[in-house]
Design a protein around this ligand. Structure first.
Ligand SMILES: Nc1nc2c(c(=O)[nH]1)N[C@H]1C(S)=C(S)[C@@H](COP(=O)(O)O)O[C@H]1N2
Ligand SMILES: [Mo]
Length: 204
């Protein structure tokens, strides 16, 4: 009975989101929160953790955990779309806006793209303009709670308007670039940009 009710609720919410134009083509709604990543869940040591901004910046920056976690914080309410076809709606992310972080940085004029770097060599790329948009957030919290390890604790990037492989968990830094270079999944057949609403799933 409980299962039946759950799937009814799911279908009803899915219809609602489709009508609202929030369900991208080829996606279906999940009420759960799947865990998806390459490799293992890294350990977090606040003593050694740091966040690096490097590449095409006037001065590279390294922030220890204490400093990063004390940057001004805000909230973003956003949907999440994974290229494996699930979408999760109305996530409350709490953390540091990418644009807030960039107030500490003087970007060189030729910078156009960002490579986001994580633990264990995972990476993903996006244009600087998408990185700077006001819904791109380095999240420390989800729905009011600290992120759990498998969802990216202590810090993950969230880029709501692109497929979720760009929402890099266990993020450790960003690199400013003058050209568009592919990150981990982009080198392995996924689209270089990844707009869910035009189904930019794979590279062409
Ligand atoms: N570091 C890292 N971040 C990652 C991944 C990964 O493999 N490693 N997978 C991405 C993919 S494909 C998705 S769909 C989302 C899933 O986030 P979730 O596990 O919190 O649902 O994380 C993204 N961020
Ligand atoms: Mo994904």
């Amino acid at each position: 009975m409980a299962l039946f009710d759950l799937s009814n609720e799911r279908r009803e919410r899915e219809r609602e989101m489709r009508t609202a134009g929030r369900l991208p083509p080829g996606q279906s709604l999940t009420l759960k929160w799947p865990v998806l990543h390459e490799g293992s869940v890294p350990r977090f040591d606040p003593q050694t953790w740091d966040f690096r901004v490097f590449g095409l910046v006037e001065e590279p920056l390294t922030l220890p955990w204490k400093e990063f976690s004390n940057l001004p914080q805000t909230e973003v309410l956003a949907d999440m779309h994974c290229v494996t076809r699930w979408s999760r709606f109305d996530n409350h992310w709490g953390g540091v806006l990418a644009s807030e972080l960039m107030r500490l940085i003087r970007v060189r004029p030729e910078a156009r793209h960002v490579m986001v770097h994580a633990e264990q060599g995972y990476s993903s790329n996006l244009p600087l303009s998408d990185f700077l948009c006001l819904t791109t957030i380095f999240a420390l919290r989800h729905d009011g709670e600290a992120l759990v390890a498998e969802h990216g604790y202590p810090l993950r990037l969230v880029v709501p308007h692109l497929y979720a492989w760009k929402s890099v968990k266990w993020v450790r830094g960003i690199e400013l670039l003058d050209k568009e270079l592919p990150g981990f999944w982009e080198q392995n057949g996924y689209n270089i940009y990844g707009d869910p609403f035009t189904e930019q799933r794979y590279s062409t």
